[in-house]
Design a protein around this ligand. Structure first.
Ligand SMILES: *Cc1c(COP(=O)(O)O)cnc(C)c1O
Length: 497
């Protein structure tokens, strides 16, 4: 299996090269040249494996330059009970009849990003060895809150790497900020940006493709890579849990082998839902992929109209990990849907950069409508949904997951579709305790973040994750705040260049 770039179909690299580079030199994203297919029997057999082996099976289809031993080295280290609080790694909870919560937040930082970022460091260091790359890998991350912490935990003290994380100063929850500021490890750095997530991400993307920075790194035996979902090594682990969830539901006799399911994903950068799209095209029987947004509903409009327009007000919401107006991974989807037409991708994404807007062809619009449905909700509806499902089903969910539940309820009401449905539950409710507690109790309280955590523990039956409980006693190590134009200088400085 080779990988092409969305902006130059002539690029052809191995998975080890795609993973170490992160992003292609001309700014495109790496995509596998074909989607490997699984038979229903193969999918069924996945249900009898433990999670690490499920992952190894899926990876063997995509990372064909890795040996079996290399893949198992990565999966066995990443998906063990040392790192995850549940044995099944990706736990399925039954919400109501035919509706399942795929809980992806039992890892060390309590968000679904751990599913990929626990394994990415193993992929990266293994890839570097495979291609005889004798350079220090510098990971630059832009985060809307969860990726940063998950990447820091994944890469801390990993030999041959260092990591620098940028987050929007006022764009993350108090718990997320505290998680990052107290990060341990000798090879880590964290810095706040006076701006929003898109500013952080644009800055990081620009640094990645800056010729001067690149050659400065090169001279000093270093290279950049990315832990954001623009890196294929971030995306491929996310395909696993959709294959795994389907196999699990078949095994539990919740669905028949071959029966279609809907998948609902609370979406920001379009990475998680793109992984579901890949799972579908590998052979997991899927009816609709339902894309749920908060009030930053650029994707809802795009899926419904085919016009992507980021020229709109940016809103800070109670689901901050979805406060994004430029969804990077959409580029991969559109590349596939346009028949790998790198010319139109350059045209559209050039327009996005210059005018903030582009419109896809009628053919692509039809494909979008065929595979996806989209909806959004605001903060009040998010909180009302948390309250509602707590009352009805004694289930406490976080703000991002609540957006997905609300959009799914709307979808079901308007279509009457009774297809069984998996909802991606992307974070622990404790990570967004202020909004979750307000929703549960029906009003704001001014107790501190940790008291809120304790209060949620009293109300719900979910134990407080050890990693969040420990935060209280950790010293803050990182307090830098810089302007959005200062990112490049900051990076060079931090690396001593
Ligand atoms: C990152 C994140 C999302 C959005 O996922 P994308 O892959 O960026 O679409 C949703 N919920 C939570 C809790 C997240 O951390």
């Amino acid at each position: 299996m080779f990988y092409n770039s969305t902006r130059n179909s002539g690029v052809k690299v191995s998975s080890a090269e795609a993973i170490t580079q992160g992003i292609s030199a001309e700014g495109g994203l790496f995509v596998p040249e074909s989607v490997p297919e699984l038979t229903l029997d193969e999918i069924k057999a996945v249900g009898d494996m433990k999670y690490a082996d499920r992952a190894a099976f899926v990876f063997s289809k995509f990372l064909t330059d890795f040996t079996e031993a290399e893949i198992h080295y990565c999966t066995d280290n990443a998906y063990s009970d040392r790192n995850f609080e549940t044995e099944s790694i990706a736990e399925i909870a039954h919400l109501f009849d035919g509706t399942y919560m795929l809980e992806l937040w039992h890892g060390p930082t309590c968000a679904f990003k751990d599913m990929a970022l626990q394994i990415l460091p193993y992929f990266l260091t293994t890839s570097a060895k495979k291609i005889n790359l004798d350079k220090k890998i510098v990971i630059l991350v832009a985060t809307s809150g969860d990726t940063g912490k998950a990447a820091l935990e994944g890469f801390k003290d990993v030999e041959g790497t260092s990591i620098l994380v940028f987050y929007p100063e006022d764009g993350v929850s108090p718990m997320q900020k505290r998680q990052m500021k107290t990060q341990e490890g000798g090879n880590v750095g964290v810095c706040a940006i006076k701006g929003n997530f898109d500013d952080c991400q644009n800055g990081v993307k620009a640094i990645f493709t800056d010729g001067d920075v690149k050659s400065a790194l090169d001279k000093n035996g270093m290279m950049f890579s990315s832990a954001n979902s623009i890196n294929w090594g971030r995306l491929v682990p996310q395909i696993v849990y959709y294959v795994s969830a389907y196999a699990e539901l078949v095994k539990d006799e919740e669905i028949a082998l071959g029966e279609k399911i809907n998948i609902v994903v609370p979406t920001g950068n379009f990475g998680n839902i793109l992984a579901a799209y890949y799972a579908k095209h590998m052979g997991v029987p899927v009816n609709k992929l339902i894309c749920a947004s908060n009030i930053n509903n650029v994707l809802t409009d795009f899926i419904n109209t085919g016009v992507y327009d980021r020229n709109r007000q940016f809103h800070a919401t109670v689901s901050p990990s979805m406060d994004i107006l430029i969804s990077s991974n959409l580029e991969r989807l559109l590349y596939l849907m346009s028949g790998k037409n790198d010319a139109v991708i350059n045209d559209w994404f050039g327009k996005l950069a210059s005018e903030g807007k582009y419109e896809v062809t009628d053919d692509v619009k039809a494909k979008l409508k065929d595979e996806f449905c989209a909806g959004f909700c605001d903060d009040d509806q998010t909180k009302a949904t948390i309250h509602d499902i707590y009352e009805k089903y004694s289930y406490t969910c976080d703000t991002h997951t609540a957006v997905a539940v609300k959009v799914y309820n709307d979808y079901k009401a308007s279509t009457g579709d009774e297809t069984k449905t998996v909802i991606a539950s992307t974070a622990s409710p404790y990570k967004f305790s202020a909004a979750v507690l307000e929703a549960l109790e029906g009003g704001k309280s001014d107790i501190d973040e940790y008291a809120k955590v304790d209060r949620i523990a009293e109300l719900s039956d979910i134990p407080v994750p050890a990693a969040l409980a420990d935060l209280k006693n950790k010293p803050e190590r990182f307090s830098d705040v810089i302007g959005k134009s200062e990112q490049k200088g900051y990076v060079l400085n931090s690396l001593g260049l």
